[in-house]
Design a protein around this ligand. Structure first.
Ligand SMILES: [Zn+2]
Length: 69
């Protein structure tokens, strides 16, 4: 419920493709780590020719590179 004085912004998590080791300016975003990972995986597969298996192998590195703002 909106209370008038309270502005609630969900913490946004981001994962920069560059932090994941790519020379690329894409930044995956989401409200949860899971959302960010989904975004990053889609991007990685579409733009960098990664497979789902590749993404699973990179998962730990990617999770470590997630920033919360
Ligand atoms: Zn990228």
């Amino acid at each position: 419920m909106f209370k008038g004085y309270e502005i609630v912004l969900p913490a946004m998590k981001t994962l920069s493709c560059r932090d994941a080791g790519c020379d690329c300016d894409y930044i995956a975003k989401g409200e949860t780590g899971e959302d960010v990972m989904k975004d990053a995986a889609q991007h990685g597969m579409k733009e960098h020719g990664k497979t789902e298996q590749d993404m699973n192998q990179m998962k730990d590195n990617l999770i470590g590179a997630i920033h919360t703002s």
